[in-house]
Design a protein around this ligand. Structure first.
Ligand SMILES: *Cc1c(COP(=O)(O)O)cnc(C)c1O
Length: 393
């Protein structure tokens, strides 16, 4: 089918809850994606940071193919090797916790919220504080946790027990904590909120506050985790450790998977029967996740993130000097935001037409999140397309 034919099928049969570009994608390889007309696009956005190793990395493809022919689904009343190994990879690279697997970021955060509540159920504490411009998902509880009114519109009543304070505002946070609070939840680097980086002092003070008041610190690493910032997990830049961490997006290298990992003494509150997911931790997705961790290590991709992140930020700062429309370039590793003085939607549209996938969030922030194995030449090519679009704006 061609682009128009598929569009017609969508118009009749697919719920129109997305604004879609009129492009029919067929295949991908590394940083490249092709549409039905054979046009090639350079993908420096990685579909919300999902395609961590680029499209169809051979190690991920091989792991999926092998597992697909062996065993695709096993109910969680049995054991499978991929689930155990993936939990081990996460634990050894983070804070030694235990994982629960699910299928998306929202589900991972939902699990974290439920764990925080059940762990504190004896004391009756259930309130969770989150931060302005956060994003935690679209289920009714995680959208409530998401402190952006635009995502709440039309879905009232929301879930009880959430409140919001300005990001990086310690005094406001301290004022909000009361005897009913059980957890504080945040992204160390906000993704959908516009690539906003938590202050190191702020995060360390939050950790201290949690310790003093007996609160759980939940870090949502769904977007910033999995090596994107040059460390396995973004919190590792800040000299703190969470009690609970959530992952999804890049964890499966392109396959749907989510995980919540928690310190063992907290995790034990999720007793059998308290929480579950039919597909969670299925061998197919977990085999892909194991291949992702092995590839990060084998190809020394954290080093590449540091090098390429530095290079991209340098080049973007040169662009900033040339074009007044760029207000600020900020980010860590390969999680970079380019804040404009104007709305970015039109620029992104033109970049896509010119063969470059980027994204705009929070109206004015262009997001640059290439695969972690990106090369200098890809960055150069992408930025030259971006410059040619910006220079005509
Ligand atoms: C994308 C995202 C989520 C939600 O993940 P889904 O897989 O879309 O449910 C949650 N938190 C953060 C930080 C995200 O970027």
């Amino acid at each position: 089918m061609n682009t128009q034919e598929i569009k017609d099928v969508y118009d009749r049969y697919v719920i129109p809850n997305y604004t879609r570009n009129p492009i029919l994608l067929i295949k991908g390889n590394g940083v490249d994606v092709w549409d039905a007309e054979g046009k090639r696009y350079l993908d420096l956005f990685s579909g919300w940071a999902v395609s961590l190793l680029g499209h169809c990395h051979p190690n991920v493809v091989a792991a999926i193919q092998k597992q697909a022919a062996l065993l695709q689904h096993a109910p969680n009343i049995y054991y499978t090797e991929p689930q155990g190994l993936l939990a081990k990879h996460i634990s050894e690279r983070s804070f030694g916790g235990q994982s629960f697997f699910c299928n998306s970021g929202a589900e991972a955060n939902e699990a974290a919220i439920k764990l925080a509540r059940i762990h504190n159920s004896a004391s009756g504490r259930f309130k969770i504080i989150t931060f302005s411009d956060s994003f935690h998902g679209r289920t009714i509880a995680t959208v409530t946790a998401t402190a952006q009114p635009k995502y709440h519109k039309g879905f009232a009543p929301l879930v009880e027990g959430f409140s919001y304070v300005p990001f990086n505002d310690l005094e406001a946070l301290k004022k909000e904590v009361d005897g009913g609070t059980c957890a504080i939840m945040l992204e160390t680097i906000q993704g959908e909120g516009g690539i906003n980086i938590a202050g190191k002092d702020f995060l360390q003070a939050v950790r201290k506050l949690c310790d003093e008041k007996g609160l759980l610190l939940i870090l949502d690493e769904v977007q910033c985790g999995m090596g994107r910032t040059g460390k396995y997990f973004a919190y590792q830049h800040f000299g703190i450790e969470p009690d609970i961490m959530t992952l999804a997006k890049a964890l499966g290298g392109g396959v749907a998977i989510g995980a919540m990992t928690a310190k063992k003494e907290i995790a034990k509150s999720l007793i059998p029967g308290s929480h579950a997911s039919t597909f969670g931790g299925n061998p197919l997705a977990c085999a892909a996740g194991v291949a992702v961790f092995e590839t990060l290590e084998k190809e020394k991709l954290l080093d590449n993130v540091e090098k390429m992140g530095k290079y991209a930020q340098e080049q973007l700062k040169l662009l900033q000097k040339k074009y007044k429309i760029i207000r600020e370039v900020r980010g860590v590793g390969l999680m970079i935001g380019i804040e404009l003085n104007v709305s970015g939607a039109d620029i992104i549209k033109k970049c896509i037409q010119a063969g470059l996938f980027l994204n705009c969030t929070h109206d004015t922030v262009i997001r640059f999140m290439p695969p972690l194995n990106v090369k200098k030449e890809h960055i150069d090519e992408g930025l030259s397309i971006l410059e040619s679009v910006i220079s005509k704006t």
